[in-house]
Design a protein around this ligand. Structure first.
Ligand code: NAD
Length: 485
């Protein structure tokens, strides 16, 4: 089989590829076929130490550069990512199994957007002047130091950039640990950043499972950790970071509601439900997997949804016509099939899909359950696969209460032509990212993140700067200083 240019070693440290075959081997599997396409090695303690030492050494000079100089490098890297979009998208497809139709317009492009946005912002970062009579205070916006990013497997290029770009713009050094399921793409991000002129040691990539992430989080030389992952992992990483009083950003899981009122444009609402459940084969954290549909339009909604799902092109992810690919791994496929079985056994009505597909790789049919009730497992737990739960409702206040009745609070959406109602519902949602008559947009200009158990802090936008820098206040006395004795 042919697959794209592979990174040449497991880790990227101090501006160069580094290998240490003493680390546990991790096979990289192409989810569309089950073939092993690469093997990387988990970081040994020596590799982790090398990355931390290299980052700490490089950070001081980086922070001393002007924002314009730092930003220029990030913007150059953004241009290079766009110029190499095809190769990066192919690699993303092999790493994750997501269709090229998606990766070619979402992953490297979204990563490039983050590099460009924060590259542009680097020169604008300032403190402020606070006058106190004739005395005054000024604040300095300073970097945190060494920021560790830990990634999930669904958007490996994007996550590597969303964490790296604001950290570097603020003058930090970074170490990124990709998910062990998708280790390849972040190495290419590191390569590009260094080709764009990033000094050695500022963007390092080390591979490994949770224990490598854990070793990084508990290293006293690390100042901040930003995790994208599940809530159980978030609890562990947050606790370990708390032990060292470290800064955190937590981008965790969700079970987000999508409410479709009786006056909604049905075609648009079905589009939103498809985007919010089946894009990336449903492996998106912010997915609106609890679709509350007003009883008056339930039959029409389900009929149009089924018709539209029949148009999904399921197959070879590299075929540009393919719009639906496999689960990322055999393990994830088994988890999702388990939830489908639970949905059936708890009495949800299977409308379409519901089975693994008869072909190589980890394909599951786009699946819709109707007549789902609030207490069913498929309405309460994050599935992270192509399984939509449709629930009925009659009353606005009641559906909002049910939508919020979850430990999660990542995203939420509403489809209605009544804009006053739309804003009322958006104000009532307990979620960090809300959508009116759309779903799952994530432009770099807007804050992204969760409330409740779905997370702490925000990625993207100006808000991210607060999570990668800290303010120092400097008091200046202009006259004589009196003391009591
Ligand atoms: P996961 O929690 O299993 O793993 C996430 C990362 O944490 C991996 O790199 C893993 O190696 C690492 N890790 C595991 N244990 C660790 C520990 N004790 N210390 C440090 N690091 C540790 O998640 P996943 O299965 O890779 O990804 C799916 C999850 O990620 C879903 O819950 C999804 O909702 C969430 N997610 C959230 C967002 C968001 O922005 N909110 C985006 C994508 C995915």
């Amino acid at each position: 089989m042919t697959y794209p240019t592979q990174p040449t070693a497991s880790h990227f440290i101090g501006g160069a590829y580094v290998e240490d075959t003493a680390g546990t081997p991790i096979d990289v599997v192409y989810p569309a076929t089950g073939e092993v396409i690469a093997t990387v090695h988990a970081a040994t303690p020596a590799i982790i130490d090398k990355a931390v030492t290299s980052a700490r050494t490089a950070q001081t000079a980086w922070a001393a550069m002007t924002g314009t100089e730092r930003g220029r490098i990030l913007r150059r890297a953004a241009d290079m990512m766009r110029a190499r979009n095809h190769a990066l998208s192919v690699l993303e497809t092999y790493d994750t199994g997501k269709p090229y139709q998606e990766t070619s317009v979402v992953d490297a492009t979204s990563g490039a957007d983050a590099l460009e946005y924060f590259g542009g912002m680097a020169a604008t970062l300032t403190g402020e002047h606070i006058q106190l009579g004739e005395d005054w205070v000024y604040t300095r916006r300073e970097p945190l130091g060494l920021c560790v990013g830990i990634g999930a497997w669904n958007y490996p290029t994007q996550i590597a950039c969303w964490k790296g770009a604001p950290a570097l713009a603020c003058g930090n050094a970074t170490i990124f640990k990709p998910s062990e399921t998708t280790p390849l793409c972040a190495l290419k991000v590191a390569e590009i950043l260094h080709e764009a002129g990033l000094p050695a040691g500022l963007y390092n990539v080390v591979q490994g499972m949770g224990e490598v992430g854990g070793a990084l989080v508990s290293d006293p030389r690390v100042d901040k950790v930003s995790l994208t992952g599940s809530v159980p992992t978030g609890r562990k990483v947050y606790a370990a970071a708390a032990d060292g009083i470290k800064h955190v950003t937590m981008e965790l899981g969700g079970k987000s509601p999508l409410i479709v009122f009786e006056d909604a444009d049905i075609e648009n609402a079905v589009s939103g439900a498809i985007l919010g459940n089946f894009y990336s084969s449903g492996q998106v954290c912010s997915n609106g997997t609890r679709v509350f549909v007003h009883r008056d339009i339930k039959d029409a909604f389900l009929q149009r949804l089924s018709e539209r799902l029949a148009n999904a092109r399921i197959g070879d992810p590299m075929d540009p016509d393919t719009s639906f690919g496999p689960m990322v791994s055999e393990r994830q496929k088994d988890i999702v099939l388990g939830y489908i079985a639970t949905g059936k056994s708890e009495g949800a009505r299977l409308v379409t899909g519901g089975a693994q597909m008869e072909r190589d790789g980890y394909y599951i049919q786009p699946t819709v359950f109707a007549d789902v009730t609030d207490e069913m497992t498929i309405a309460r737990e994050e599935i992270f696969g192509p399984v939509m739960a449709v629930l009925d409702f009659d009353d606005e206040a009641d559906v909002l209460r049910r939508a919020n009745d979850t430990e999660f609070g990542l995203a939420a959406g509403v489809f209605t032509r009544d804009l006053a109602r739309a804003h009322r519902i958006a104000a009532g949602f307990e979620a960090g990212t809300c959508y009116i008559n759309t779903y799952n947009d994530a432009p770099v200009e807007a804050p992204f993140g969760g409330s409740k158990a779905s997370g702490i802090g925000r990625e993207n936008s100006k808000a991210a700067i607060e999570h990668y820098s800290q303010l120092k206040s400097v008091y200046v006395r202009m006259g004589d200083l009196e003391a009591p004795f």
